[in-house]
Design a protein around this ligand. Structure first.
Ligand SMILES: C[S@@+](CC[C@H](N)C(=O)[O-])C[C@H]1O[C@@H](n2cnc3c(N)ncnc32)[C@H](O)[C@@H]1O
Length: 228
């Protein structure tokens, strides 16, 4: 990967950067519907309903879809415009808990509270220097493994995008090698991976669906977070 650590980036660490994009009507990442690969997983009953958190949930299409299928969903985004739209789109019959918060500053009470963390285009939205910290957040939020009782921890469902070698972002380029190594170090085992054939046409072949199980608790990263 080319050196993007010198990008004049930390604006992406702040909600204002994202709010401006929503206000300009430039949220081109928004599919306007749930992500097809996630719908397929749900159609195949691959995951038992449980408690899920969606990081960088945007307008919440995926969060609402999982809630509709019986999951207890918390959707987090720090952009006021995204949160306002999520609230406006909320289905009172399938409620989603909506949190306006930085994912790096979530309340302690959420530690270990989730069976699932769902990720789509949040990992590529944060500054690449924060990726180890992001993996720590995922490990913190998921139900802990209990090796003595033979019980695995929670599940991380990630659709990794964009798998290309662009030089800047967001979206910042992601590499499977990096994700597998980062989450492996944090105690995650890869359960499955696939290149979805049902990706949105403009993303086809440029994303990979990864399912990880949190199996061992490792030490959190000692990397210092990039400041806003
Ligand atoms: C590329 S958008 C993706 C939105 C949604 N996942 C989707 O696929 O439509 C990235 C989202 O992550 C949010 N975001 C970026 N960094 C964040 C952070 N540190 N904490 C919370 N939300 C963040 C942005 O506000 C934006 O809504």
């Amino acid at each position: 990967m080319s050196d993007i650590s010198n990008a004049p980036a930390p604006a992406v660490n702040l909600p204002g950067y994202w709010e401006e994009i929503y206000q300009r009507g430039d949220a081109g990442w928004d599919l306007g519907r749930p992500t097809p690969a996630f719908r397929r997983l749900l159609d195949h009953g691959q995951f038992a309903p449980g408690r899920m958190i969606v990081l960088g949930a945007g307008r919440g299409h995926d969060a609402r879809e999982f809630a509709r299928r019986g999951f207890a969903v918390t959707a987090v985004d720090f952009a006021a415009d995204a949160v306002r739209d999520m609230r406006a789109l909320a289905d009172p019959h399938e409620p989603v808990e909506i949190l306006q918060s930085d994912i790096f500053d979530l309340p302690k009470e959420l530690d270990g509270a989730f069976d699932y963390v769902l990720e789509y285009t949040c990992y590529c939205a944060i500054h690449p220097l924060r990726r180890a910290e992001y993996a720590d957040v995922v490990a913190r939020l998921l139900r802990s493994p209990e090796p003595a009782e033979g019980k695995p921890g929670g599940t991380y469902i990630a659709l990794a995008f964009p798998l290309d070698d662009r030089e800047s972002g967001p979206p910042f380029p992601v590499s499977l090698k990096e994700i597998l190594s980062l989450f492996g170090e944090k105690g995650f085992d890869l359960l499955s991976r696939e290149t979805p054939s049902d990706s949105a046409p403009q993303r086809r072949g440029r994303e990979e669906l990864l399912i990880f199980q949190f199996s061992r608790r490792a030490n959190p990263s000692t990397l210092r977070p990039a400041t806003g």
